[in-house]
Write a protein of this length. Structure first.
Lengths: 148, 374, 502
């Protein structure tokens, strides 16, 4: 399946992807309306940095053996036929076991604290294609076929 | 000088401006060397009357002066007798004049304002020639240029051996009659030209063919590479005073043949070169040769529409631009070979042909006398 | 007294659009933007801004713009603000003013006063979508004696030639003045386009030897990075005698741009200013140049064309004539608008002549002397578009070099601060975090796009003129007309005024 990959040597750490993710999943019709909404909505992609000027945007890897799916006590996490790991917010009970077990830290509690959230490749919003990929200014985030 | 119609007195001369023109061309050669009058070629060009507009016509005949074939035959236009005198003084200083006469013409109703037209058979003065440190041909060309550029009201329009150019302002068939080509002259090859200039002062010297020694060119087209070709060729001692395509094409061919010693086939590959993509597909030997010629003479590539007939002692060559943007047909019947802008120009003089074809763009068609004939 | 010089440009932030994402802060190497925790808002320091537009381009909500400051000294047509600021700066520093990129001042751009012809009625235009339209050129000496083998076939006796799929190359920009990623983008683009890029005087990074077939290496007065393998790797060798942005002086690469890698490639110490001499100290005259040309030819077995690059100066026609007789295969002429990674402002803004005039004069002079075919001519110094390429070729050039246009394609916004080494676009910098901003995968594709587009446009214009091969356009000055030019300018350019017929 097509997954989001990040090229560490191209990632600038500008964090535009985080904001584009928030915007894509905000339901807002203009990005500037995110103003003052920090905390009300959280990105599903996070840029990790280290002091040696290494940056790396991290989001769900859609693991083949997805430990989060196995750990979910409510059946909210599942894998689609293509292999994408999806979460059903309505089934999620907010136990956050998945947050604890994800080796990448790619699942996190949503801003309201009631359910977990994760990247679903912008299939759960009106974008159709991953917004972080589209707006990365340096081509560091790509959406392509590949093995993990 | 030689403006045919006073109403154009304010219009610029040929050479002062560049005049695009469409045209008709035609040629006939007897490869067996049998002489014929200009009657056939006149009929051929007359058939294509609508391709000319009465503002220029002309002919070149090869093998027409067998009695004087060792001598350069100069044809001259004079505005007046003053110019004639000055020119003859010049000729006497540089040549032995073997024979001279006024050009024989007949009155044709549509031909008006003709200049004085004279003919001279010349041999360079040997001492003068030796002192010039030039070869004989360069010496003659230099003298032609000196007259054309230096003597007001005089113009040499033909200067080859055993050949002659006849031209003027009018429809070509009328010009042919004017010069009595249908009865006075017999040659083994004839070329003809009818001109359709977009504007013109109607200058006799500006009519075609354009000649340089025995080379003559008739041309239909308007080349887009003109200034690139001109600025190149002017580096090598040529001076394009008439600003016509025909003039520059003549010089280009002269340079490639006389100076660079290329064959006619090779000349065609320079001035009407194949596209690189076509060259890629050729045999290795051809590819190497054509690549070399294009790389060595890029500025002599001629673009834009042209169909030319190049006349020389012993033959004629037809050549189209690489895209074939002007019509031209070739045909053969026994020893006779024909070239014409349109098929009708051939059928009118020879309805039954052995072979008729339309050469591809850039493909030269060369007809020469059989061995041993001239 | 360190006098305060008010900034020429101001950063304007639309507070109602700013979402405090801090992208601008992270992307500005000049540290203009900052999030103020107390005020809980972004603040900007315009005095540090060089107006490179990196923040403007990356701001996701378009909350930023840079505007010309309305702050003004008392109006004075004689003493402009820039002139006054320069006096203040020099009074403060005691130093020579440094600038980058080409001369930005209001001198005439002759290309913009030249119009191109097209066919109507008497001669058909040619449609490049349907007919072949050749833009391939060969650079090198064309003058040749025809020789034949025993069978009478012509033997190829031509001097070595460069083969270009289109008449444009990337001009000399050294590794050091521009980044590794910029060089990689140029090299890969040159390879894909079938043209050449030029190392400048910065040597050739070991990673780029594989692009040698599309590389012109430069031998400049500092001889940085020149060694046998370097010459051997290249398709052609360029002797740099001068540069349009700084005729008469040498190069200056500030020490901060000399990283480990640059130092290794140039074979010079790290961190110390690299200053190449004004002249070549082994070339004080034309006969010395001849010696260097033949030295390089000997070193490379006469297999590579030698280019001699000069700045367009008043006497350029005579200089070119000398070069054409000294064994060079190609002359590159760089006009006074040509770019630079670092150059004294006064030189850049006041020395040299326009490339259009220099080209016209060089071409004409070489023709008058009958030696035009001894060399090819490549021109540089603000070729803005495909139209400029067409006009340059019709004036007499064989090909053009582009520098600034290529950098613009890579993202440069002409802030003219290359010499500070803090290029926010990752081009004119060696700082790893900044270099990273130019992704060569994207950059090379943009260069390919730019020149592919230009090539299409060149073909369209040629087709309009009824010319289907670029060699028939070269020196075809009848295809050009001047507008608003005086008699002298027209005479120098060798073209008629618009309205005059052929």
């Amino acid at each position: 399946m097509k997954r989001i990959y990040v090229k560490e040597n191209r990632c600038l750490g500008c964090r535009l992807c985080e904001w584009e993710c928030m915007y894509a999943n905000s339901g807002l019709d203009a990005m500037f309306k995110l103003k003052g909404k920090q905390g009300e909505i959280l990105p599903r992609i996070r840029v990790e940095d280290n002091p040696e000027d290494i940056h790396f945007a991290v989001n769900c890897r859609h693991c083949k053996q997805a430990i989060c799916v196995k750990s979910c006590i409510a059946g909210a996490l599942s894998k689609t036929d293509e292999g994408m790991v999806v979460i059903d917010k309505n089934k999620c009970v907010g136990c956050f076991t998945c947050v604890l077990v994800c080796p990448y830290g790619a699942i996190m509690p949503a801003a309201d604290g009631k359910a977990a959230q994760k990247c679903m490749l912008c299939t759960d919003n009106d974008r159709g294609e991953p917004n972080c990929v589209k707006y990365c200014p340096n081509g560091a985030i790509v959406f392509e076929e590949g093995d993990l | 000088m030689f403006k045919s119609n006073p109403q154009w007195d304010n219009a610029p001369f040929e050479g002062e401006v560049k005049i695009p023109s469409g045209c008709a061309v035609s040629a006939i050669i007897d490869r067996g060397g049998r002489p014929m009058t200009g009657e056939k070629v006149i009929r051929s060009i007359a058939t294509m009357h609508d391709r000319s507009n009465g503002l220029g016509g002309g002919f070149a005949g090869y093998g027409i002066y067998p009695d004087y074939k060792e001598y350069y035959a100069f044809h001259l236009f004079y505005n007046d007798f003053q110019a004639k005198k000055e020119t003859e003084d010049f000729l006497l200083r540089h040549f032995e004049i073997v024979y001279s006469s006024e050009m024989k013409t007949r009155k044709v109703k549509s031909i008006v304002n003709e200049p004085l037209i004279y003919r001279y058979f010349l041999s360079p003065l040997s001492k003068r020639l030796a002192n010039s440190l030039l070869d004989e041909e360069r010496y003659v060309v230099k003298c032609v240029n000196a007259i054309n550029a230096g003597i007001d009201g005089a113009f040499v329009f033909s200067s080859g051996k055993n050949m002659g150019i006849f031209k003027g302002v009018g429809y070509p068939e009328d010009i042919g009659k004017f010069y009595l080509l249908d009865e006075e002259y017999e040659g083994y090859a004839w070329t003809a030209h009818g001109r359709y200039p977009t504007n013109t002062p109607g200058w006799w010297g500006g009519a075609h063919p354009f000649g340089l020694l025995d080379y003559s060119i008739v041309h239909n087209g308007e080349i887009s590479s003109y200034d690139a070709n001109r600025r190149y060729i002017e580096m090598y001692g040529y001076k394009c005073t008439l600003q016509t395509d025909t003039e520059v094409i003549t010089y280009v061919i002269d340079y490639l043949i006389r100076v660079k010693k290329l064959t006619l086939q090779e000349v065609a590959k320079v001035i009407s070169a194949s596209f690189w993509s076509t060259i890629e597909e050729k045999s290795e030997e051809d590819r190497r040769e054509e690549t070399f010629l294009r790389k060595a003479f890029p500025s002599l590539l001629i673009t834009g529409p042209f169909s030319i007939i190049f006349g020389f002692n012993g033959g004629i060559m037809a050549l189209n631009d690489r895209l074939k943007l002007r019509s031209m047909v070739c045909a053969e019947k026994g020893d006779l070979a024909f070239i014409s802008s349109e098929e009708c120009g051939i059928r009118v003089i020879e309805p039954e042909l052995d072979k008729i074809f339309s050469p591809a763009g850039g493909q030269p068609v060369i007809y020469t006398l059989k061995e041993g004939r001239v | 007294m360190n006098i305060y010089i008010p900034p020429e440009y101001e950063v304007v932030r639309d507070g109602s659009r700013c979402i405090e994402c801090r992208v601008c802060e992270r992307q500005c190497a000049n540290e203009v933007h900052k999030y103020d925790g107390d005020l809980k808002m972004m603040i900007s320091d315009s005095t540090k801004c060089v107006n490179c537009h990196r923040c403007v381009c990356l701001c996701p909500t378009h909350a930023l713009k840079i505007v010309k400051s309305e702050d003004t000294y008392r109006q004075n047509s004689n003493w402009g603000a820039q002139t006054m600021n320069e006096v203040y700066r020099q009074a403060n520093s005691g130093g020579v003013l440094l600038s980058s990129m080409g001369n930005p001042n209001d001198y005439p751009v002759y290309f913009n006063k030249i119009l191109v012809n097209a066919s109507q009625v008497t001669n058909p235009s040619i449609d490049p979508l349907r007919e072949p339209m050749e833009t391939q050129v060969f650079l090198g000496k064309k003058e040749v004696e025809i020789k034949r083998d025993i069978s009478g076939r012509i033997v190829d006796t031509l001097s070595p030639q460069l083969s270009l799929k289109m008449p444009v190359m990337f001009s000399a920009m050294s590794y050091g003045s521009i980044s590794y990623n910029a060089h990689e983008a140029l090299a890969r683009a040159a390879e894909e386009l079938g043209i050449y890029y030029n190392t400048g005087e910065g040597g050739l990074h070991k990673d780029f030897y594989k692009y040698g077939k599309n590389t012109i290496v430069q031998v400049a007065s500092g001889r940085f990075g020149v060694h046998a393998q370097y010459l051997e790797a290249a398709a052609a060798i360029e002797i740099k005698m001068g540069q349009g942005a700084k005729p008469g002086i040498g190069g200056h690469l500030p020490g901060m741009k000399i990283s480990d890698d640059v130092s290794r490639t140039r074979m010079i110490p790290k961190g110390v200013d690299a200053i190449s001499p004004a002249p070549h100290h082994d070339i004080y005259s034309i006969e010395d140049l001849r010696q260097l040309i033949y030295t390089l030819k000997e070193a490379t077995d006469y297999k590579k064309p030698i280019i001699v690059k000069v700045a367009a100066v008043h006497n350029v026609a005579a200089i070119a004539s000398g070069i054409a007789r000294s064994g060079a295969d190609i002359i590159a002429i760089d006009g006074f608008r040509g770019g630079s990674g670092a150059t004294p402002t006064r030189i850049r803004d006041n020395v040299g002549i326009p490339i259009e005039l220099a080209l016209a004069q060089v071409d004409e002079r070489l023709r008058q002397e009958g030696i035009r075919e001894n060399v090819s001519i490549v021109v540089a110094g603000s070729i803005h578009s495909s139209a400029d390429v067409v006009k340059a070729i019709a004036l007499g050039a064989d090909a053009c070099y582009i520098g600034t246009a290529a950098l613009l394609a890579l993202g440069c916004h002409l802030c003219r601060s290359c010499h500070t080494g803090k290029c926010n676009w990752g081009i004119a910098t060696q700082r790893p975090d900044l270099v990273k901003r130019l992704n060569p995968d994207i950059g090379y594709k943009r260069l390919v796009n730019l020149l592919t587009a230009w090539n299409h446009e060149i073909q369209e214009m040629m087709g309009g003129m009824g010319i289907n091969s670029i060699e028939a356009l070269r020196s075809n000055r009848l295809m050009l007309r001047g507008v608003g030019l005086n008699e002298t300018e027209l005479r120098i350019l060798g073209i008629h005024h618009a309205g005059e017929s052929m």
